[in-house]
Ligand binder design. Sequence first.
Ligand SMILES: [Zn+2]
Length: 78
Amino acid sequence: MLPEPVNFPETKTIATLGEPFVIMAECICGHTRELHTLFYGGSSGQVSPQGKVRNKLRCHKCQARMPTVRIYRRAPEV
Ligand SMILES: [Zn+2]
């Protein structure tokens, strides 16, 4: 189970977030997938703010654009 999402402004980049965070894209159809911080950096090394990245995201299931991005702090290993 994931804890409550972290409040993170859309104007900030997620690429600088480290290992303890999980980034999930949640579509209105209910499909969720995990995004990796590498995705935000891109091959060009350019770092985009979360809001910009969100515009480019597309659901793998229903092709809807702009899923909700939620950031969770990864629960410590038990
Ligand atoms: Zn979808």
